[in-house]
Design a protein around this ligand. Structure first.
Ligand code: NAD
Ligand code: FES
Length: 291
């Protein structure tokens, strides 16, 4: 069992939890994800890591309550326990593999959309700890939905934009990125994490601007173990699985329309049958029981 040391609602239905998980905290790196289960009967929820503290042996998650399982998570309080915290899973962000001296030569921008703001935080924090400057654009629908602002301010140059203009700049993250570019910020590298539609349009823009862009395909994951087939996507014409081969990919090579269409189909039994007919066995084969 994994004890919840802190549980807060950051804004309506977006919860933040700090959980005791020393072995995960020892090993995880920015970009990786966890699978949690609220109780022994619960479904697996794959969640990108928002922060970790190796000394205290804790990991932090930020979750939007949208279904039965995430609402069950929301109902847990400080002192309660999670049945499972498995991880770290997936590959760490490429930024963690790049020599710091190379990173320092780059002008890096992160685009963080809505709840996708949380997984951007450990990457920006990692860069700060290694003496690398970066810009972060947080996009939210309204002022109330901006999360983690104070923590970001400590680790990056922060730009906030809201769709309705109620806080910061006005408009979506793509407008903020274009404006910053026009203001003279010639970025060399972009990381976009947020809703699929946001990542698609950020990639369209960064392709025009010539900025290499990495995206996190966490939203299409279901079981997070390579077995369900939900997170199958096409990258540069090749079949990949977000949970095993990612979650981060070169955004300019991702077929977003196909991934979003699959995500929609995967939600229903009929859709899953159709996918099976069209694609054959949709799972990865990592379980050893197939292929
Ligand atoms: P949201 O719908 O409020 O969008 C956040 C921001 O994205 C908007 O404020 C806007 O600036 C931008 N955006 C949205 N549509 C856009 C478009 N068409 N063009 C340009 N920019 C656009 O976000 P939300 O409701 O908080 O999002 C939740 C989503 O985030 C879920 O789908 C969840 O799966 C996803 N998510 C992704 C990750 C990841 O690793 N990629 C992690 C956590 C959550
Ligand atoms: Fe099931 Fe990747 S989430 S195969």
């Amino acid at each position: 069992m994994f004890k919840i040391l802190e549980a807060n609602e950051l804004t309506t239905n977006i919860i933040q939890m700090i959980v005791e998980a020393p072995r995960v905290a020892q090993a995880c790196l920015p970009g990786q994800f966890l699978i949690i289960r609220v109780d022994a009967e619960g479904e697996r929820i794959p969640l990108t890591i928002c922060d970790y503290d190796r000394e205290k042996g804790t990991v932090e998650i930020v979750v939007q309550a949208i279904g039965a399982e995430t609402f069950a998570l929301k109902n847990l309080k400080k002192g309660d326990c999670l049945a499972d915290v498995v991880g770290p899973l997936g590959k760490p962000s490429d930024l963690c593999e790049e020599p710091v001296e190379e990173l320092k030569k780059k002008k890096i921008v992160f685009i963080a959309g809505g709840v996708g703001t949380a997984p951007v935080y450990p990457q920006a924090k990692y860069l700060k700890e290694h003496g690398v400057d970066c810009d972060v654009i947080i996009g939210a629908k309204t002022k109330d939905l901006v999360i983690l602002e104070d923590r970001f301010k400590k680790v990056c140059n922060l730009h906030i934009t809201t769709d309705d203009g109620s806080y910061g700049r006005s408009g979506m993250v793509t407008k903020a990125l274009q404006d910053l570019w026009d203001e003279g910020n010639k970025y060399d590298h972009c990381v976009a994490i947020g809703p699929m539609i946001m990542m698609k349009f950020v990639c369209k823009l960064t392709q025009e601007l010539g900025i290499p862009t990495v995206v996190s395909m966490n939203p299409i994951m279901v079981d997070g173990t390579g077995m369900c087939g939900a997170c199958r996507l096409t990258v540069d014409g090749q079949v990949k699985f977000a949970c095993v081969d990612g979650p981060e990919f070169d955004g300019h090579k991702v077929d977003f329309d196909q991934a979003m269409n699959r995500m929609k189909l995967y939600k229903t039994e009929e859709g899953r049958l159709l996918l099976r007919e069209q694609e054959g066995k949709t799972h990865h084969g990592g379980c050893g029981n197939c292929n």
